[in-house]
Ligand binder design. Structure first.
Ligand SMILES: [Zn+2]
Length: 285
């Protein structure tokens, strides 16, 4: 507890670059309304903030990898400059959501459940949830890791459209749209909204979502074995220009065992595997 609180203090300054992309400060207040920002100062809530590299925070924009400088061009990397493609099959387990492709407004995934795995917090929160298929697969993955003596901890799964919307808006209010777009995702563009993603971490990292996770036994194990349970490391190292996000060894995305295996063996991103490379105006779906 003490350790995590310390991190909270550090958060403001560290608040990751990486991101699970889009989220903005969502984790900070959990799953509630914007007013809950006040909860940041409460005991449990703060712990979350730090975990979410998901650009959750509305911390100093300049601490963000995209941040600081007036590089207008970078903005295009952070947010879609053109009209977005709304995915036609949002419930597909293979849906590709990114900065160019969004879920329908207000989309809510079916069959959300809380996977029976350890979380770094006890109380129920929206972000504990995943779609049933993904939750069951996650339980199997955690069990397999545990059998290897690895203690994974779940941090953040489902995030609602409404939640992301309020987060994004509060960032716009605080920093202006242009600046907010550099580190905060617009609603509909977070893979967490699909209910098919889960950020995982370990106690040794004080449950933070940081790139160092990739070098830990747990991170290494995930990189080599997650596919066996239907998951892929969604934002791999070296694929930033394709995924639009920094390397996130903690962000697991469920796609099903068959596809995960092929994706793993081919070392591809979902964009490459499913044919939604950035720049392709109207990808087929
Ligand atoms: Zn994530």
């Amino acid at each position: 507890m003490i350790r995590t609180k310390m991190f909270v203090l550090a958060i403001g300054s560290v608040l990751v670059l990486a991101g699970c992309g889009n989220e903005s400060q969502e984790e900070l207040s959990g799953n509630e309304s914007p007013e809950k920002n006040s909860e940041l100062n409460q005991k449990e809530q703060p712990e979350e903030g730090q975990f979410d590299s998901d650009k959750e925070e509305k911390q100093e924009p300049n601490q963000n990898d995209q941040g600081t400088e007036p590089e207008d061009k970078k903005e295009n990397e952070t947010n879609p400059p053109k009209e977005n493609d709304v995915v036609s099959e949002p419930t597909s387990l293979q849906v590709v959501v990114n900065k160019q492709r969004q879920l329908p407004t207000g989309y809510q995934p079916p069959n959300l459940v809380v996977p029976d795995v350890p979380f770094y917090f006890d109380q129920f929160m929206q972000k504990k949830q995943m779609r049933q298929e993904a939750a069951t697969a996650l339980e199997n993955l955690f069990q397999a890791a545990n059998d290897q003596g690895l203690d994974l901890v779940a941090a953040s799964g489902y995030r609602s459209y409404a939640r992301q919307k309020s987060i994004y808006q509060s960032n716009v209010d605080a920093y202006g749209r242009e600046e907010a777009n550099k580190f905060s995702a617009q609603p509909g563009h977070s893979e967490h909204q699909t209910g098919l993603a889960m950020d995982v971490t370990i106690a040794e990292l004080s449950f933070k979502l940081v790139q160092e996770f990739g070098k830990t036994p747990e991170g290494n194990w995930l990189a080599e074995n997650a596919y066996k349970y239907g998951f892929v490391i969604r934002y791999p190292k070296g694929k930033e220009s394709i995924t639009g996000y920094s390397y996130e060894p903690w962000h697991l995305r469920f796609v099903g065992k068959e596809d995960a295996k092929e994706i793993h063996e081919a070392s591809k991103t979902l964009e490459e595997f499913y044919g939604h490379m950035p720049g392709e105006e109207k990808p087929t779906e």
